[in-house]
Ligand binder design. Sequence first.
Ligand code: AHM
Ligand code: MG
Length: 313
Amino acid sequence: MLQDEAAPSAVREVLGVLGEACAEISRLVRSAAVAGQLGAAQTVNVQDEDQKALDILTDELLTARLSACAHVAALASEEQAEAISTGRTGGCLVAFDPLDGSSNVDVNVSVGTIFSLRRAPDTRPAHAEDFLGDGRSQLAAGYAVYGPQSMLVLSFDARVMAFSLDEHGAWILTEPSLQVPAATKEFAINMSNRRHWRAPVAAYIDDCLAGREGPRGKDFNMRWVGSMVADVHRILMRGGVFLYPWDAREPDRPGKLRMLYEGHPMALLVERAGGRATDGVRPLLDRTPPSLHARTAIVLGSAEEVERVRDVG
Ligand code: AHM
Ligand code: MG
């Protein structure tokens, strides 16, 4: 799958392990109802979110597979409070969201796994602080989406490639170079939060809603899956803009989504596919999270739309 000269061997090995783990997770998700693995786990994670049984199973699976990989120095997961050091030096740091959109899994709507690779220190075991780099320091990033088809979308060089899972569990390259069109007529945002947004986001969306008769002079369509992987996948395939802005429900938090294992990897993929990704003001790839689970506002997708949104507080 990843026999590409451009990927250094440690990155290639780790991406291979992630690909195999995502194929296993695809099988887990597909058989979860029959295996009695849907539903709540009756636990909360470090972010005070209720966990699904599959959040825990997928986290355990990825932790086991990555810990066993000789090129992984440390892991950081959405579902675990602290980073886990394997004690190795060199190789990669891997940050991941094992089951993004998991509130959708019980109702059979697409979910996914998001991951981001960074370089580990060569001369000492890795610490949690080593994960706290800007988005441009990522060596590679990707996600798997478990939908009608399971797909793996990766970037370890200038391209963004998509693989589809065949019936034998192998990832087959089906899209060698994804490109996000600069223009779009489709936006994705949770409209139920409108009353909590700041004025610039509300004004941007109101202009889209005004359609052909409004200042934009064109009709817009809206989609909101509620699984970031599925919404970003649609944007990588056909364009669009995705927004999860700051909102006033939790004014001390900069947004809902996490920078390290949601914002940064998706921003890398979208930018390499010709789109843009910001926190409403700055490029998301220029931002450094202050802590493992730090949140951020996210605006990403087709360049012409992302450039219109300047959500200044
Ligand atoms: P999760 O990682 O706990 O599943 O939460 C992240 C998800 C994203 O996939 C999605 O874009 C967002 O939360 C949906 O949030 P909301 O329910 O507020 O619309
Ligand atoms: Mg998530």
